[in-house]
Design a protein around this ligand. Structure first.
Ligand SMILES: CC(C)(COP(=O)(O)OP(=O)(O)OC[C@H]1O[C@@H](n2cnc3c(N)ncnc32)[C@H](O)[C@@H]1OP(=O)(O)O)[C@@H](O)C(=O)NCCC(=O)NCCS
Length: 204
């Protein structure tokens, strides 16, 4: 099968079976926003630094989010390449802890000089919508802007939680770019569980 396709800039472009597609929105902030209070009830949440050499622990937390929201870039990357990224001192990895278990992932990437990327940010389903997102964003912003950066950015896509874009905008990020991301469906290649991400069904 050819690996290229002309995307129409007006109207719909059909994709071959076996593909997934999302609209990607990128957002940025160029200064640290005003601090916001943590919502009540978030006292039990904490951040636990993940050792960048502990790839299995990292992937366990990543899969928690990935199998719900189609995050798979880290699952398909060759282990040697992933090890280089995760062990880079400019990449900060945290598990969100609540009630004795991992319930979320925060990954901050400062490898590009003068800027930071909120590379992965997410909570497990049972703790979404209860204030922990704001709690986690408060931590992410404080950690990021403690570094010598002039820009902090994030991207989210239409397969992510539908509230993510508004949440990021309420956090102080401004939209600056939109794109289309097309990939082979990782569920058809055995790279993700076949029953994962039910809101973006497999078309075999
Ligand atoms: C994006 C995501 C982290 C947002 O987290 P969330 O748990 O929905 O967010 P919250 O419940 O903290 O925030 C929603 C709003 O409700 C408020 N809120 C929620 N519970 C509250 C409570 N008990 N008391 C007071 N306010 C509360 C929050 O303060 C927040 O308002 P604000 O934005 O004006 O501060 C979450 O949806 C998620 O992890 N999704 C899955 C992964 C994903 O899609 N990640 C983004 C990919 S880039």
């Amino acid at each position: 099968m050819s690996n290229s396709l002309t995307v129409s800039l007006t109207g719909t472009t059909d994709l071959p079976p076996g593909k997934i597609a999302a609209v990607v929105t990128s957002l940025e902030m160029l200064a640290q926003p005003a601090e916001r209070p943590d919502p009540p009830g978030t006292e039990g949440f904490s951040l636990d630094r993940i050792d960048g050499n502990d790839i299995e622990r990292y992937l366990d937390v990543y899969r928690l989010l990935g199998e719900r929201w189609m995050w798979f870039s880290r699952l398909v990357k060759p282990r040697a390449e992933l090890a280089v990224i995760l062990s880079d001192p400019a990449v900060d990895l945290y598990a969100v802890r609540f009630d004795g278990r991992d319930v979320g992932l925060l990954e901050l990437d400062f490898r590009a000089a003068g800027e930071g990327e909120l590379a992965f940010f997410g909570l497990d389903e049972p703790v979404v919508g209860k204030g922990a997102g704001r709690w986690l964003m408060n931590r992410a912003l404080a950690l990021a802007w403690a570094k010598p950066i002039k820009r902090f950015w994030v991207h989210t896509c239409t397969i992510d939680h539908p509230g993510a874009i508004n949440f990021y905008q309420r956090s102080g990020f401004k939209v600056f770019k939109r794109g289309i991301e097309i990939d082979d469906d990782p569920r058809l290649k055995g790279q993700m569980r076949a029953d994962s991400v039910p809101h973006h069904p497999v078309i075999a």
